[in-house]
Design a protein around this ligand. Structure first.
Ligand code: NOJ
Length: 729
C-alpha cells in the first residue's frame, strides 16, 4: 500500500477502530464479549473490542493463524488484518543456546544465523513479529533475566542486538521468512536494585546514556521495527509512563521511528507503581509517553475514547499511534498478504529440519566455555573407564526458560547421544536437580530423602571404580529467566553434595554445568579437574556437548559476563573504576576499596575461556604514539598456536583513558577478532582504535573524547597486562 493510501485509510477509520489498533490481547479473546472465565476472568470486554483488535500475541500454527485472520478480517469494517506476535527468543522450535551463551561465542554472525532460523520457523507458523532481541545490560547475575542478554558488555550487546535484528528482519520484511523484531525492554531493566525482579533501577544519567543505551542502539541502527517498554521504573519513573525516556531518548536521540508496545500489562501496572490513580490515568500517561500498543490490559480500549472527549489526550496523538501501527502492517506486507508466511507445508518442511538442527548444534558448540582443564583431561580419553553422572546426564530440560513451544521430544539427552555414538560409558543419576526440600515453579521431580541417599551411594560406588567421571550438573531451567531472581546463585545444595562426594573418591572429575546465569563456582573449581560451562544449549545441546567432550569440536567460547566469587559480590563487572584507594592484592590489610573477606575481582573474568590448545601472544605494538582526531591507531600482536591441535582464539582489545574529567573504567572492550590457527601456526592480528571509540560523557555531559594519554591492552581476556600507550593530541 502506498503511504497516501494509508493516510486515506486512517482518515476513514472511526475513533473506536483506531483505538482497536492500539490494543493487543491473547487469542482467547477473539470473537468474545462480556466476562471471560479462568485466569483471564478479570477482563470484561465491551462490544466491539475484539472485533477491532490490532494485534494478538501468542497465537501460532499456520492453520490456526490463517483461520483466526480470516474470521477476523471478515468482521472488521475496513478488513484491516491482525498482526500476530510472539516471544521467539533463542529459537522457535529448533532451540539455540540462550542469548547469554550466544554472547560467549564473540560471533555476532552466529546470533544472526540463529535469528534467521528462528524467523523462518516462526514465519511459517504465522508469526509476523518477535519480541526479541533483548539488550538490557546486566552486571548482577542474581537477576533472573541475565540469561536473556548477550553480555555484561555494551559493545557485545550492541553487536549482538544489531546482528539479531538483521537476522530476523533481513532486508525486506515482505520477503518470505523475514519477521519484524522488537527491541526490549526499554530501558535499564537489567539494573534493578539488588537484582530484585521488576524493581526500581537507579542509574545516573551519565551511566545510562553511556552504557545502558548502547545495546538498544544496536537494534535501532539495524532498523528494528518495534520497541517494548520495560516493567521497571528508571530513577523512580515507570518506563511505560516516562515521556522523557520514550520521546526524547528513544525516538529523538536514538532515532527510533517504529511501534512502541508496553510490556505485558505494564500500562495497568502504573496504578500499582502508584503513579496513576486509575486505569484511565494509566492510559493517559502511556499515550503521552507515545506507547502505541497496550499489551494485555483494557486500559486503552476502555478509556481512550473518553480521554479524547475530555481533552486529556488529543485525536492527533491517537492518529500518530495508529499510523505507526498501520505502517508496520504495511511494511510486513499484511494488506496484500494477511497470512504473511503462514504455510502448513513450510511448517512441515522447516520446523526442526536437518539444516536448522545442524546450525543449532554448531552454535551450541561455539557457546560452551571451558573454564578449567587440568592435565588436559578434556577431550576425554574414552579408552579409560568412564562414568557419566548427575541429574543432567539423562535430562531433556537443557533448553532454557523461553523455549516454551512444546519441543522436549525433539531433544536428546547426553545419555541417548552417547548410546547413538556407541560411546562406552556407565551411567548414574546421582541426584535430582533440586532435591526433596526445594520448591521452584513448575519443578515436579519428587524423591524422599531415603531415595536420594540411595541414589548417591550407588553413584559413589560407580565413581570409585571408574577411571574418570563426567558430572552433568546445573540449575533447574526455571531457576533463571523472568521472575527468577535469586539471592543465592550457587548450584542446588543436593548437587554440591554430589560433587563433594564424587570428587572425594575420584581424582579425575569433569564438571559440565547447565545454567542460565553465572553460578558461584568458588568452592567447586578446586575439587574437579575440568569445568565446561554448557549454559542452556538448546535442542542440539547434547550433540554439541558430546562433540566437545570427545574432541570432535574444540571449545572456543569466552565468558561474556564475569563470574562472581560469591553471591554477595554481585554486581561485578570487568568495567570497574579506579578509586582514591585502589585495592592492592598484595597488601595484607589496608584501607583499600573492596571487601575484607573477598577480593574485589571476579572469580573468572570477562573474556576468559580455554581451548584444547595453547596460545601465546607477543607484546602489543602501536602504529604510532600520538593520534589526532581524524587518525586511527593500529595495535598489532602476533598470536601463535603453541599447542598440539587446531584452535580458535578471541583476541581482545581494551582501552583505558588514563586521565579524564570524570573517572573512566580501568578498561573497556573496544574491538576483538576471532582467529583460527592450526598447531604451530602464527598470525599477525591488527585491531584499530579510532577517536570515536574514545568518546564518553564528559564532566559537562557532552559526548566527546578528551586529549591525553590512553592505554591499549590486547590479550586473551579482560585481565591481560599486555599494553602500550598513545596520546590523543
Ligand atoms: C513479559 C516479558 O517481560 C517480555 O519480555 C515478553 O516479551 C512479554 N511478557 C510478552 O510475553
Amino acid at each position: 500500500m502506498k503511504h497516501s493510501e494509508l493516510i486515506k485509510l486512517l482518515g476513514e477509520m472511526s475513533l473506536e477502530e483506531k483505538i482497536g489498533q492500539m490494543c493487543q490481547l491473547v487469542p482467547d479473546f477473539l470473537g468474545k464479549t462480556g466476562e471471560l472465565t479462568g485466569p483471564l476472568g478479570h477482563f470484561v470486554l465491551n462490544g466491539n473490542e475484539t472485533k477491532l483488535l490490532g494485534s494478538v500475541l501468542n497465537a501460532n500454527g499456520a492453520e490456526n493463524v490463517m483461520k483466526l485472520q480470516d474470521e477476523f478480517m471478515k468482521n472488521h469494517p475496513h478488513n484491516i488484518p491482525l498482526l500476530f506476535m510472539m516471544d521467539v527468543i533463542n529459537g522457535y522450535e529448533t532451540i539455540f543456546p540462550i542469548p547469554l551463551a550466544q554472547g560467549c561465542s564473540f560471533e555476532p554472525e552466529l546470533a544472526k544465523e540463529g535469528a534467521q532460523v528462528a524467523s523462518k520457523e516462526a514465519a511459517a507458523e504465522g508469526i509476523a513479529v518477535t519480541f526479541s532481541p533483548m539488550a538490557d545490560m546486566v552486571t548482577d547475575a542474581r537477576w533472573g533475566r541475565v540469561m536473556e542478554t548477550p553480555s555484561e558488555d555494551k559493545l557485545l550487546n550492541y553487536l549482538f542486538a544489531k546482528a539479531m535484528v538483521e537476522g530476523y528482519q533481513g532486508d525486506d520484511l515482505t520477503k518470505k521468512g523475514n519477521i519484524g523484531a522488537c527491541i526490549k525492554h526499554f530501558a535499564g531493566y537489567g539494573a534493578p536494585e539488588g537484582g530484585k525482579e521488576y524493581y526500581n533501577c537507579e542509574i545516573s544519567e551519565r551511566t545510562f546514556m553511556e552504557d545502558y543505551l548502547t545495546g538498544y542502539k544496536g537494534a535501532i541502527d539495524a532498523g528494528v521495527t518495534m520497541a517494548m517498554t520495560s516493567f521497571n521504573s528508571l530513577n523512580r519513573i515507570p518506563s511505560t509512563a516516562n515521556e522523557w525516556l520514550m520521546k526524547k531518548v528513544l525516538r529523538e536521540q536514538l532515532g527510533f521511528d517504529g511501534v512502541l508496545i508496553s510490556d505485558w500489562a505494564a500500562v495497568g501496572e502504573l496504578v500499582n507503581h502508584t503513579i496513576a490513580q486509575d486505569e484511565a490515568q494509566a492510559a493517559e500517561l502511556s499515550v503521552n509517553a507515545s506507547v502505541d500498543i497496550d499489551m494485555m490490559t483494557l486500559c486503552y480500549s476502555h478509556n481512550l475514547s473518553k480521554l479524547v472527549e475530555e481533552g486529556r489526550i488529543t485525536i492527533e496523538q491517537i492518529d500518530e499511534c495508529t499510523l505507526r501501527i498501520l505502517e508496520l502492517k504495511n511494511k510486513l506486507g499484511l494488506f496484500e498478504n494477511p497470512y504473511k508466511d503462514a504455510s502448513v507445508e513450510d511448517e512441515k518442511k522447516l520446523i526442526l529440519c536437518d539444516e536448522h538442527r545442524q546450525k543449532a548444534r554448531k552454535a551450541a558448540a561455539k557457546t560452551m566455555v571451558l573454564l578449567k582443564n587440568d592435565d588436559k583431561i578434556l577431550p576425554l580419553d574414552l579408552n579409560k573407564s568412564t562414568a557419566f553422572m548427575g541429574p543432567y546426564a539423562d535430562n531433556r530440560q537443557i533448553y532454557g526458560a523461553w523455549s516454551w513451544v512444546d519441543n522436549e521430544n525433539a531433544i536428546k539427552t547426553v545419555r541417548e547421544i552417547a548410546g547413538e555414538r556407541n560411546i562406552k560409558v556407565s551411567f548414574a543419576k546421582g541426584s535430582t536437580v533440586l532435591g526433596a526440600k526445594n520448591r521452584v515453579k513448575s519443578y515436579t521431580e519428587q524423591m524422599t530423602e531415603q531415595e536420594e541417599n540411595k541414589l548417591l551411594e550407588e553413584t559413589i560406588e560407580l565413581a570409585k571404580c571408574s577411571e574418570q567421571v563426567v558430572l552433568f550438573v546445573g540449575e533447574y531451567r526455571l531457576q533463571s529467566g523472568e521472575a527468577s531472581s535469586r539471592t543465592d546463585i550457587e548450584l542446588p545444595k543436593i548437587q554440591q553434595k554430589l560433587i563433594d562426594e564424587v570428587s572425594k573418591v575420584n581424582d579425575n572429575v569433569v564438571l559440565v554445568v547447565f545454567a542460565g546465569r553465572p553460578l558461584v563456582l568458588t568452592d567447586l573449581l578446586p575439587k574437579v579437574k575440568s569445568v565446561l560451562y554448557a549454559w542452556f544449549p538448546g535442542t542440539e545441546g547434547a550433540n554439541a556437548l558430546m562433540d566437545i567432550l570427545t574432541g570432535e569440536q574444540s571449545p572456543s567460547a569466552k565468558l561474556s559476563i564475569s563470574f562472581p566469587r560469591c553471591s554477595s559480590q554481585c554486581p561485578v563487572s570487568y568495567r570497574s573504576f579506579s578509586t582514591g584507594r585502589p585495592s592492592d592484592a598484595n597488601a595484607e590489610f589496608n584501607y583499600a576499596s573492596g571487601y575484607i573477606d573477598c577480593p574485589i575481582t571476579p572469580l573468572l573474568p570477562f573474556g576468559y575461556g580455554l581451548t584444547y590448545t595453547d596460545f601465546e601472544i607477543s607484546k602489543v605494538t602501536l602504529s604510532g604514539n600520538t593520534m589526532t582526531e581524524n587518525d586511527t591507531i593500529t595495535a598489532t600482536v602476533t598470536v601463535t598456536n603453541t599447542g598440539g591441535r587446531e584452535g580458535e582464539q578471541v583476541v581482545q582489545l581494551y582501552v583505558q583513558d588514563v586521565k579524564a574529567s570524570v573517572i573512566r573504567p580501568t578498561r573497556e572492550l573496544k574491538a576483538f577478532k576471532k582467529i583460527k590457527l592450526s598447531a604451530g601456526e602464527s598470525a599477525q592480528v591488527e585491531l584499530s582504535v579510532s577517536e570515536e571509540m574514545l568518546r564518553f560523557y564528559t564532566r559537562d555531559m557532552s559526548f566527546k573524547s578528551e586529549k591525553g594519554l590512553f592505554r591499549v591492552y590486547v590479550g586473551f581476556d579482560s585481565t591481560t597486562d599486555n599494553f602500550a600507550e598513545f596520546s590523543l593530541v
